[in-house]
Design a protein around this ligand. Structure first.
Ligand SMILES: [Zn+2]
Length: 281
């Protein structure tokens, strides 16, 4: 027990009749410049007003930003997350899932929605980083496939928005099987001549960057995003060479022809509108 915080502070507060402010009013950016007021940050699409860093944005805010009139319809993913390997490390995987579900109020990391952007019907698949680092297991792979099938059914362009640490290691081989599964779903889009726009956000790494995320007909990345397969230090140690400072950034990938466009989050909707109208022609 801390005497100052547990005894003295409540006493003083009761004397001046003051309550502690709610802790979710303010947040911090990695630049550590100043505290950010959460409602201002939301207004600013979760971009730091001091250093312009594109911070985490939840799936609902993202959908609202992109779809016309903030209107969209979520597609249900009719599978349950399960634990094929009965995996346990420090904690059981089933407990980790439950914790993540309670914390994020989401069933798993993937969401699929349909709506319109600039009047064009669109199907969007999105990974939410807050749910176990946006990692890809059975549920996420299935959601991606359902998103692609929906785009084929509606004969509309398909957009994927990734932010992920990669495959969900607690599902072992089953999570690795999602790589060919999502690649097969991309093939389905291709066979049906459905345009596929892949948007990479901070961070897109591991099994997600090694599968569907890099297969878009057009690949757009948000400014400053870290995109890669293995971490920079791992690669440096493997090849025994020092890598450039900006290695694995969106800007570096653009310079080296790996992606097509780097965009500021505030211009993402407009860029998509332009690309979609171009594709329509
Ligand atoms: Zn900042």
């Amino acid at each position: 027990m801390n005497w100052l915080t547990d005894f003295v502070k409540p006493k003083l507060n009761s004397l001046v009749n003051r309550k502690d402010p709610p802790s979710d009013l303010w947040t911090k950016c990695g630049c550590g410049e100043r505290m950010l007021y959460v409602s201002d940050l939301k207004e600013n699409l979760h971009v730091c007003s001091y250093c312009d860093q594109h911070m985490y944005i939840d799936f609902e805010s993202r959908f609202k930003q992109l779809f016309d009139d903030e209107k969209f319809e979520l597609i249900e993913i009719p599978i349950e997350n399960n634990d094929p390997l009965k995996f346990k490390d420090l904690k059981k995987y089933t407990d980790r899932l439950k914790d993540a579900q309670q914390k994020t109020k989401q069933k798993d990391a993937a969401h699929v929605a349909t709506g319109q952007i600039g009047g064009t019907t669109i199907c969007i698949f999105l990974l939410d980083f807050k749910f176990m680092g946006g990692s890809m297991g059975q549920y996420v792979g299935e959601a991606f496939k359902i998103g692609c099938q929906k785009a084929v059914e509606l004969n509309c362009p398909f957009i994927s928005i990734a932010s992920s640490g990669g495959a969900r290691m607690q599902e072992g081989l089953v999570s690795l099987m999602q790589l060919p599964k999502t690649v097969a779903a991309c093939n389905l889009l291709d066979q049906n001549k459905i345009p596929f726009i892949s948007i990479l956000t901070h961070p897109t790494t591991g099994g997600v960057s090694a599968s569907f995320a890099m297969l878009g007909d057009i690949i757009i990345a948000e400014k400053g995003s870290m995109i890669g397969f293995a971490g920079k230090r791992v690669i440096e140690k493997t090849i025994n060479e020092q890598l450039p400072e900006d290695f694995q950034t969106a800007e570096y990938l653009l310079e080296h022809g790996m992606i097509d466009i780097v965009v500021h989050r505030k211009e993402l909707r407009e860029t998509l509108s332009k690309v979609l109208s171009f594709l329509k022609k």
